[in-house]
Design a protein around this ligand. Structure first.
Ligand SMILES: Cc1cc2nc3c(=O)[nH]c(=O)nc-3n(C[C@H](O)[C@H](O)[C@H](O)COP(=O)(O)O)c2cc1C
Length: 642
C-alpha cells in the first residue's frame, strides 16, 4: 500500500475503492462484536464462509464481519444487502437455508425475521423495527456497515475526510470554534463542554501536549465505548487526530481496559493501517502535521477512569486521583497540558467537522446537543445499545425502543449514570434525557448506562448494591471516601437485613454530606447519589425496612418468607422435588408445607409452582401462618372419591 500524501490522493483512493464495489453485489453483514461472539457469531461466520465455498459462491457474495448492531438481545444479527433483509438469532444450522433461499432465490425466510410483539407482524428491514425506528444513529450507525479491520471500509463511508478538511482548510482556531459552536459536551460523565476543555489546553503554556481517549468504561452494564472501539476504531482515531491538531499536540494515547481484547486488537490494527496510509505518523497527508498514537492497557480499576487517576496510571504509577486545583487540561500527563475525552466524545468530532456545528446542534435540547448512546439493560424487553437525540424522553426509550417491561411487570425506576448515578421513578418518565435534566432529577448522564428496574426491585437494596461496588473500587487515598462510603454500606446492609434502627436515615444523610463535599475525586463525591436519589423518591421503603422490618418489594432475603397457601396447593410435588434444601414436606395427596428453619429463601418453590395454582407466596413484615394440622393436609382427589 502506498502512502497518501494529499487530500486529492485521498479522494482518488476513495473513488477507486468505491469503483470496485458493486452496490448490487450480495453482501451479508454479520455482527461480530464481543456480545455476538458470546452468542456464537464466529461459528455463524465460519458456516457462511464454508457454505459459500461449497457452492462456489465465495467470489459472488461478500461476507462483512461488522461491529455491534446494537440489538444485542437478538444477536447474532445478519443483514443481507442490497435488499437489507434482517435476520435475528442466527445459528450455524440456519446458514445453508439462508444462502439457498435468500441469497440465491431472493426469498425471505419468515421464521428468522423479527416479530413485532405488539402487532405480531413480521418485519423485514432493520429500519422498520421499533427498536431501531425510534433511534437516531449518527455515531453508532456505521458500526453495522463496516468491517472494523478494513480501513477501506472506513474510507468508503467518507473516512478521514474530516481530518483532511481541518489540515488543509481550517486553522486550529477555526476547529476549536466549530467544536465550541456545536455545543458538544463530554460523553464520559460530567458533560464538560469539549471545546472549552480543548481551548484551555491549547492556551496552556508548554511545547508538548497530549490528547487521550478514555476507554476505561468501568460502569457495570455499560458497553457502548467498547462497541464503538471494536466496531469503528478509525472514527475515534480521526477524532483524536483532529483534537490533537486543534490543541497543538503530536502525541495521543488510548487508555483501554485489558478486559476488552477485541477492542484492543481492532484499535491496534486500525493504528497500523492508518500509519501505512499516512493518516497517522509524520507529515500526515503531506500537511506537515505529525501525530502518533499509543495504546495503553489498563488493569480494569473503576477509579482509573477518573481523569487524574487515569493519567497517573498512564505514567506507570498506581492509578489514584490527585487534587485538581489545576485542571488536567493545563497540568495533566507528566504535568503537561492534556485533553482527555471519552470514546464517544471523540467519535462525534469527525461528524461535526464534516457536517458542521449547526447540523450537530440541530439534535438535542437547550444545553445538551447531539445524540447519546445508552446501554439499555435490566428488566427490559429489548436490551442493547441505543442512540437517541438528547431530549428524548425516558418513556420513549423504555417503551418505544426498549419494548417495555417483561412478564407484564410494572416499571419502577431507571438507574442512569453508572454506580454513582441515581434512580428516577415512574412519575418522572416524561423527563427528557440531557445532562442538566438528569442532574436536576438527582441522577446524572454518566457515560450512558441505563438500568431498568421493575416492581420486584428493592430500592434500599439497589443503593446497597452500588455502595458495595463503590466501596470495593475506592482507591482508599482519601478518608471521606475510604471510610465514609464504607460506613454508609454498613448501615445500608443492616437495613436490608432487618437490623436498621431509628436515626439511620439521618446518619446516612450526614455521611452523604461529608463524602459529597470532602472526597478527593468524583468517585467519593458522587458515591452518595444512589442513596440520596432512592431516599428522595422511595423514602417509604427505607422507613418500612427500619420500622416494620419489611421489604415492600419482597426482595431482601432476610426480611421475607415463602409460604404455601393450603387452599391453593394441589400437592403437585413440583416445589417439593426442586427445593434444594429439602425444606418442603408433603406428598402426592398431602398439601405441602415449608419448614421455615430449613428454608434458604432461594425462591425455587415460588418459580416452579404452576401459575394456575399460584400456591407459593412471598410475605414480608408479617408472621408466617402456622401450618394446618396433619389431617387437614390430605387432599382427596375427585378420581379417588368415585
Ligand atoms: C470514578 C470515575 C470513573 C470514571 N470513569 C470514566 C470512564 O470509564 N470513561 C470516561 O470516559 N470517563 C470516566 N470518568 C470521567 C472522567 O474523569 C472524565 O471526566 C472524562 O473522561 C472526560 O471526557 P469527556 O469530557 O469526553 O466526558 C470517570 C470519572 C470518575 C470520577
Amino acid at each position: 500500500m502506498t502512502r497518501i500524501d494529499s487530500p486529492a490522493e485521498l479522494e482518488k483512493l476513495r473513488e477507486s475503492i468505491l469503483s470496485i464495489r458493486d452496490p448490487n453485489k450480495p453482501c451479508i453483514t454479520l455482527c461480530s462484536g464481543s456480545a455476538c461472539h458470546a452468542s456464537a457469531s464466529r461459528e455463524v461466520a465460519a458456516s457462511i464462509e464454508e457454505e459459500l465455498a461449497r457452492l462456489g459462491l465465495s467470489a459472488e457474495v461478500d461476507l462483512r464481519k461488522t461491529g455491534c448492531h446494537g440489538f444485542c438481545e437478538r444477536g447474532p444479527i445478519i443483514v443481507i444487502h442490497p435488499e437489507k433483509i434482517c435476520y435475528f438469532q442466527i445459528k450455524p444450522e440456519d446458514v445453508p437455508e439462508i444462502i439457498s433461499r435468500t441469497i440465491k432465490d431472493k426469498e425471505v425466510i419468515e421464521r428468522l425475521l423479527y416479530t413485532d410483539p405488539a402487532t405480531n407482524e413480521k418485519i423485514i428491514h432493520e429500519s422498520e423495527i421499533p427498536f431501531y425506528k425510534h433511534q437516531e444513529r449518527i455515531v453508532f450507525g456505521s458500526n453495522g456497515a463496516i468491517d472494523p479491520k478494513s480501513i477501506d471500509d472506513y474510507l468508503a463511508i467518507g473516512g478521514y475526510s474530516a481530518l483532511a478538511k481541518v489540515l488543509f482548510r481550517m486553522s486550529a482556531g477555526q476547529v476549536l470554534e466549530e467544536v465550541k459552536k456545536s455545543g458538544l459536551r463530554g460523553r464520559g460523565g460530567g458533560g464538560f463542554p469539549t471545546g472549552r476543555k480543548w481551548e484551555e489546553s491549547r492556551n496552556a503554556p508548554g511545547e508538548i501536549k497530549y490528547v487521550i481517549v478514555n476507554a476505561d468504561e468501568g460502569d457495570p452494564g455499560a458497553y457502548m465505548d467498547r462497541s464503538l472501539l471494536e466496531g469503528n476504531p478509525h472514527s475515534i482515531l480521526e477524532g483524536l487526530s483532529i483534537g490533537a491538531y486543534a490543541i497543538g499536540s503530536n502525541e495521543g494515547y488510548i487508555y483501554v481496559r485489558q478486559e476488552y481484547p477485541l477492542a484492543v486488537d481492532n484499535v491496534m490494527t486500525a493504528i497500523r493501517k492508518a500509519e501505512e496510509y499516512g493518516f497517522l505518523g509524520k507529515n500526515i497527508l503531506g500537511s506537515g502535521f505529525d501525530f502518533t498514537v499509543k495504546v495503553h492497557r489498563g488493569a480494569g480499576a473503576f477509579v482509573c477512569g477518573e481523569s487524574s487517576a487515569l493519567m497517573t496510571a498512564l505514567e506507570g504509577r498506581a492509578g489514584e486521583p490527585r487534587p485538581k486545583y489545576i485542571h488536567t487540561a493545563v497540568k495533566g500527563l507528566w504535568d503537561r497540558p492534556s485533553v482527555l475525552n471519552n470514546v464517544e466524545t471523540w467519535a462525534n468530532v469527525p461528524l461535526i467537522i464534516n457536517k458542521g456545528a449547526e447540523w450537530f446542534a440541530g439534535f438535542g435540547t437547550g444545553k445538551s446537543k447531539g445524540t447519546k448512546i445508552f446501554s439499555l439493560v435490566g428488566k427490559i424487553n429489548h436490551t442493547g445499545l441505543v442512540e437517541v437525540p438528547m431530549g428524548t424522553t425516558l418513556k420513549d426509550i423504555v417503551y418505544k425502543i426498549g419494548g417495555g417491561i417483561p412478564g407484564g411487570k410494572k416499571f419502577k425506576a431507571v438507574q442512569t449514570g453508572g454506580p454513582s448515578g441515581g434512580c428516577i421513578p415512574e412519575e418522572l418518565l416524561d423527563l427528557q434525557v440531557g445532562f442538566d435534566e438528569l442532574t436536576g432529577a438527582g441522577s446524572m448522564m454518566g457515560s450512558g448506562g441505563m438500568i431498568i428496574m421493575d416492581e420486584d426491585t428493592c430500592m434500599v437494596d439497589v443503593a446497597r448494591y452500588f455502595l458495595e461496588f463503590l466501596t470495593d473500587e475506592s482507591c482508599g487515598k482519601c478518608v471521606p471516601c475510604r471510610e465514609g462510603i464504607r460506613q454508609m454500606l454498613k448501615i445500608l446492609t443492616n437495613l436490608t437485613r432487618g437490623k436498621g434502627k431509628e436515626g439511620d436515615i439521618e446518619l446516612l444523610e450526614r455521611l452523604s454530606e461529608v463524602a459529597g463535599s470532602a472526597a478527593l475525586c468524583a468517585l467519593g463525591r458522587s458515591a452518595p447519589n444512589p442513596f440520596l436519589s432512592t431516599l428522595k423518591y422511595f423514602r417509604d421503603e427505607y422507613e418500612a425496612h427500619i420500622r416494620q422490618k419489611r421489604c415492600p418489594a419482597l426482595c431482601c432475603k432476610e426480611l421475607i418468607a415463602y409460604h404455601i397457601d393450603p387452599d391453593k396447593c394441589r400437592a403437585c410435588m413440583n416445589c417439593l422435588r426442586k427445593c434444594p434444601s429439602e425444606a418442603i414436606s408433603g406428598g402426592k395427596d398431602l398439601i405441602h408445607v415449608i419448614d421455615q428453619d430449613k428454608c434458604t429463601k432461594c425462591g425455587t418453590c415460588f418459580e416452579v409452582c404452576p401459575a394456575r395454582f399460584g400456591a407459593v407466596g412471598k410475605i414480608s413484615g408479617e408472621p408466617v401462618p402456622s401450618p394446618i394440622p396433619e389431617e387437614a393436609r390430605i387432599i382427596v382427589r375427585k378420581s379417588k372419591q368415585k
